[in-house]
Write a protein that binds this ligand. Structure first.
Ligand code: NDP
Ligand code: 2IT
Length: 439
């Protein structure tokens, strides 16, 4: 850790993510001297390649704007670089390195052949017209395209990058490369996308929670759930909670959260999708529309009467204090939809209290797994049905749950999904790196 912090100063999120993994895998290093001999640890925390570039574009008033673009190609030991793009003003090198690092282990857990990467920009799409977003995406891709390829690096969406942005990015790639190939996932259904990819991350975290509950002969049926965020992941988490007979009572955005004691129904959820994906409004409007409660500048973790929580907005949105509150209120199932939403103190409390805690790199892996299924369909020039993709997603989540469980047990911490996910992901990548020599 000293070497990581000295070599990458000022990247707190990256230090946080690496620290957690290094702690979990220490017993693995003790049992595998060959990993030490090959210095796998120092190699795995160093990105294989970092691309940083200027993204100039012209706004609607004719002013020239400049943003910064990034792609972190972290590790390609088990497959081509794979991971999303994030457009948000908080994006910087350290944030994307943490996300790329997590992605390496997450992708390994899916069992599909995908290495780890992440990219994005400090561009803020909020308040920007479709034309501005298009021009920004075109400028971003004008540099990124030379680094992509369906066997090289395949980005997808993340915060601020959804169907609209993927469309603009794909169009520009196709124009520059003069080639129609699957260099992005999350594509539109008419041009190479997969059914269920939009739903997959949200659906997957609820499937993962259901697997954790099964270990205690329990299920989501009849449970009350707190969900944060109101974007792609949160929306489809709510949809799957409904499908499995649970009740979601909260949603949030960066301005505050809503509480709906009657539960968020399919009809209300359809309204939220329109609000967020089409009108791009604030979640506060939900409270007016459906006579629900709105709490500005707060997160939903103090709400009473719930058994489950699904943080699905952003990193470090759930603190040690929030964790105390959740535990005191009787929440005993948590699956992370976002990447690293619980801070280290919160994670520690969940683990110490032996609740069912599914860390992001396991619980939210359904999104990238279904990206892998989209790549498989593209490679085979075929399309699978909705049910077929959903069934495969379910099986992948069941398998991820099982490998986390087995790794945690094998290394003496049964029920600890944090250790399980880190260890199972790490061993697969470390073995591949060992086989391939010092490259
Ligand atoms: P979206 O852009 O669709 O939605 C993001 C949501 O989180 C919005 O409600 C947004 O509110 C809120 N949010 C974003 N940043 C902040 C912040 N700094 N503080 C408070 N709220 C914030 O993104 P996704 O739903 O795709 O992503 C959500 C999380 O899930 C991220 O951590 C992402 O990395 C993770 N994830 C996404 C996957 C995917 O396939 N999309 C796969 C696996 C993980 P507002 O509108 O106000 O900004
Ligand atoms: O964090 C993630 O796993 C994603 N944003 C999805 C990545 C992908 O390539 O589908």
């Amino acid at each position: 850790m000293d070497r990581v912090t000295a070599r990458s100063p000022g990247e707190p999120e990256f230090h946080q993510a690496t620290h957690e993994v290094i702690e979990s895998i220490w017993p693995v290093m003790d049992r595998h001297p060959e990993f030490r001999d090959a210095n796998i640890l120092d190699r795995i925390v160093e990105p294989e390649r970092v691309i940083m570039f200027r993204v100039p574009w012209v706004d609607d008033r004719g002013n020239v704007q400049v943003n910064r673009g990034f792609r972190i190609e972290m590790n390609s030991a088990i497959g081509p670089y794979k991971g999303g793009l994030r457009f948000h003003p908080s994006v910087n090198l350290g944030v994307l390195k943490f996300l790329a690092f997590e992605q390496v282990f997450k992708n390994a857990l899916t069992t599909l052949p995908m290495g780890g990467a992440k990219g994005g920009s400090d561009f803020d799409p909020k308040g920007r017209s479709d034309g501005e977003v298009m021009r920004f995406c075109q400028s971003f891709m004008s540099e990124l395209y030379r680094h992509l390829g369906d066997r090289t690096d395949i980005p997808a969406g993340d915060i601020g990058v959804g169907a609209r942005e993927i469309g603009f990015l794909f169009g520009q790639y196709k124009k520059l490369a003069n080639e129609f190939s699957g260099i992005l996932t999350g594509k539109g259904l008419e041009w190479g996308g997969s059914l269920i990819r939009p739903e997959s991350t949200g659906y997957g975290i609820i499937y993962f929670a259901e697997e954790m509950l099964k270990t205690r002969d329990d299920s989501i049926l009849g449970k009350t759930c707190l969900v944060s965020g109101s974007g792609n992941v949160a929306q489809y988490a709510v949809e799957n909670i409904l499908r499995l007979g649970g009740k979601a009572v909260t949603l949030s955005d960066s301005s505050g959260f809503i509480y709906d004691g009657d539960g968020i129904s399919h009809e209300k959820l359809a309204w939220v999708k329109e609000l967020k994906d089409v009108r791009r409004g604030r979640i506060a409007e939900y409270a007016d529309q459906f006579s629900a409660e709105y709490y500005p500048d707060q997160r939903p973790w103090a709400v009473e009467g719930a058994e489950c929580a699904f943080p699905s907005a952003t990193q470090n949105e759930l603190s040690g204090e929030d964790a105390k509150q959740l535990l005191a209120n009787g929440v005993y199932v948590i699956a992370e939809g976002a990447n690293m939403p619980s801070d280290p103190e919160a994670v520690q409390q969940f683990v110490d209290n032996k609740i069912l805690f599914g860390p992001g790199k396991a619980a939210n892996a359904g999104g990238v797994a279904t990206s892998g299924l989209e790549m498989a369909q593209n490679a085979g020039f075929t399309n699978w049905t909705r049910d077929e993709v959903d069934q495969r997603l379910l099986m992948i989540m069941v398998n991820i749950h099982r490998s986390c469980q087995e790794a945690a047990e094998h290394y003496g911490t049964p029920g600890n999904y944090v250790n399980g996910a880190n260890i199972a992901g790490f061993i697969k990548v470390a073995d591949a790196m060992l086989d391939q020599g010092v490259v």
